[in-house]
Write a protein that binds this ligand. Structure first.
Ligand code: NAD
Length: 289
């Protein structure tokens, strides 16, 4: 086994999060996911990002178990889904997530979206943290106004905000706000989710040639230069490995400046302020029957 990929960032409570993790969104095939996780552990990944709504927490647990790695060496993240939000329901959902992941603690638990009950949900996360059942807590897809609302509650502040980020949608304003407020920026869809032509953009192709790296590696390095945590997803061992080989070079300030030309301001994922979607997805499945 190679050296573990443990280059990390300290959250404001001192917990270290590895800068690189494997995202497992849309990995629905159990055996494929198990093989991907085993390959990732072998390559050195020690950080895995799932969510209740991905429906694969149990598969991830199996992959980690079969990899032979011990629980303490792994940084494990999951997220509370919209219809599980609210104080009581979140606590139940957290225990169910632990059961599916076959563990008695999480390293990071996130509110997946700022659904209508997000303030009560946050109260539950703070308690889970204070009880020592999760090492760090945060949010995902939160805008500045959501973070400001949490601030008003005079509870703990989120340690992380996991948001759609890639060179076409760098989230500069939110990034700056989070930096000022000590909230770590974690990028989802760091490669643009395969929905963009980013890999063929001349500025990226040229940098790839200069550093003898792939376009994907240039993009992942761009995130790291900005101080972000990245969780690129792939089921293929060769790509999982490629995505990990981003710690042996850096981009200059001038190159980071050039990359700014790629900003289109257009997101590919859902709008965090789409209230109709948030309300719809907050209805529990049994209530829609
Ligand atoms: P991503 O940007 O990681 O892109 C994944 C796609 O890129 C893969 O399907 C693959 O086709 C391609 N790819 C991966 N490595 C490549 C390489 N080296 N070369 C060429 N193509 C490559 O998108 P994602 O999976 O949506 O995001 C990463 C993770 O973020 C997810 O798996 C999940 O854990 C998390 N996520 C969170 C949210 C949220 O709302 N919090 C939303 C989406 C994703």
């Amino acid at each position: 086994m190679v050296q573990p990929l443990t280059e990390s960032i300290a959250l404001y409570n001192g917990v270290e999060i590895p800068k690189l993790g494997l995202g497992v969104f849309l990995m629905k095939d159990e055996d494929e996911l198990v093989e991907a996780v085993k390959a990732a552990v072998e390559i050195g990944y020690r950080h895995f990002d799932t969510a209740k709504i991905y429906g694969n927490e149990e598969y991830l647990a199996r992959g980690l178990k079969e990899s032979g790695i011990s629980r303490e060496e792994i940084f494990l993240t999951s997220k509370v889904w919209n219809y599980d939000q609210g104080y009581e329901q979140t606590k139940l959902a957290f225990q169910e997530t632990l059961d599916r992941l076959d563990t008695d603690y999480l390293d990071l638990y996130l509110i997946h979206w700022a659904a209508p009950k997000y303030v009560e949900t946050w109260r539950a996360l703070v308690e889970l943290y204070e009880e020592g059942r999760v090492k760090a807590i945060g949010v995902s897809n939160f805008q500045i106004h959501h973070l400001e609302e949490l601030k008003k509650q005079e509870l703990m502040q989120p340690m992380i905000n996991q948001i759609e980020t890639h060179p076409e949608f760098p989230q500069n304003e939110l990034h700056e706000y989070m930096e000022e407020n000590g909230i770590i920026h974690e990028a989802w869809g760091p490669l643009g989710q395969g929905k963009t032509d980013l890999f063929n953009q001349p500025v990226i192709v040229e940098l790839a040639a200069k550093y003898s790296k792939s376009p994907a590696q240039i993009i992942l390095r761009w995130h790291l230069e900005r101080g972000e945590v990245i969780i690129p997803k792939s089921v293929h061992a060769n790509r999982i490995k490629e995505n990990s080989e981003v710690f042996d070079f850096s981009l200059t300030a001038e190159e980071m400046e050039q990359m700014k030309s790629l900003d289109t301001g257009v997101r590919y994922g859902s709008d965090p302020d789409d209230q109709e979607r948030l309300e719809q997805s907050s209805i529990r499945p049994e209530e829609t029957k």
